[in-house]
Design a protein. Structure first.
Length: 307
């Protein structure tokens, strides 16, 4: 009887080990994201790629605003999420440093500081700058030769009609519109501004597109998906008034030490995400109403990352 019981236990253990081996799981990773469109899109790309390479993944995307998802990573509630290089200026109280206005230097700086102070790794960033920007209707840009913020400053200072809509933060924060005005030498008075409580760029861009209350300029982000749908164009920032915000996976150091292959899995994906690509993908979610996971899967499949 004892031999039979021992044999049964041996068989159970052997089957369990065999099933575990067949599952191919390399470990469990918890992926979070911010609550915006792009955060969800990038988070789903990370999840799909890791699952395809044998990881069990817990989906905690749309974790919360920047402060919430940042804290979740640093306390170990999540293992990784997509963040922006330029936010290092605020994470480490270096807002006055010019390093953040250079894509490569900003990336190297945040990678260094986060590793030293938090044991957090940054993987390869996407070559797409999701920074604060000013967008105008393409018709206005074409009629007045507005390509850059230098052009816009000339238009404003020459008496051109401008009514800009943006969030309260964009209008009042020293690093946003006031920074643009300082660097490019123009001023918008109170009656030329409309302030809204939230930071929803779809709202501001729609107002500029439709001319609501005379609005013809809007707060925007560089990779917004609704820009093309609203027939708006971003005015370039040749003097680098804004930090460069390139998205990249931010990962707990313990996870990278245990699973270094994660860099090989995610780096090629992020390196493929150009500004135009992200605008297009974001537009499928924000404008067409598609599910972020579906948009992510379609892109990864069409780009050859998934079969």
């Amino acid at each position: 009887m004892k031999k039979l019981l021992l044999l049964s236990l041996t068989v159970i253990v052997a089957v369990s080990l065999m099933l575990a081996g067949c599952s191919g799981s390399k470990g469990t990773i918890v992926v979070g994201s911010k609550i915006d469109t792009e955060g969800s899109l990038l988070g789903q790309m990370m999840i799909l790629m890791l699952r395809d390479k044998g990881y069990e993944v817990v989906d905690k995307t749309q974790t919360g605003a920047t402060s919430i998802v940042k804290a979740a990573l640093e306390t170990g509630e999540i293992d990784m999420y997509p963040e922006y290089t330029g936010n290092g200026a605020f994470f480490f109280n270096e807002q006055d440093s010019a390093v953040w206005n250079n894509a490569q230097q900003g990336y190297e700086r945040v990678k260094q500081l986060d590793k030293e102070q938090n044991n957090i790794d940054w993987l390869a960033p996407a070559p797409a700058n999701n920074t604060w920007a000013i967008a105008v209707p393409k018709s206005l840009a074409d009629e007045n030769g507005l390509v850059s913020l230098d052009d816009f400053a000339g238009y404003v200072n020459g008496g051109g009609y401008v009514k800009l809509i943006g969030s309260e933060e964009f209008i009042t924060s020293p690093v946003a519109l006031p920074k643009f005005m300082q660097v490019y030498g123009f001023t918008l008075s109170g009656d030329q501004l409309i302030s809204v409580s939230g930071g929803d760029t779809a709202q501001t861009e729609k107002a500029a597109s439709e001319g609501t209350d005379g609005v013809n300029a809007a707060m925007a982000y560089g990779t917004d998906g609704s820009l093309a749908a609203f027939n708006l164009v971003i005015l370039s920032d040749p003097k680098g008034a804004q930090p460069v915000y390139e998205p990249a996976p931010r990962v707990r150091g313990e996870i990278m030490a245990a699973h270094p292959d994660i860099a090989d899995i995610l780096n090629p994906v992020f390196e493929s995400l150009t500004l135009t690509t992200l605008q297009t993908l974001n537009g499928k979610i924000a404008v067409d109403g598609l599910n972020p996971a579906d948009v992510a899967r379609d892109y990864l499949t069409s780009a050859g990352f998934l079969k």
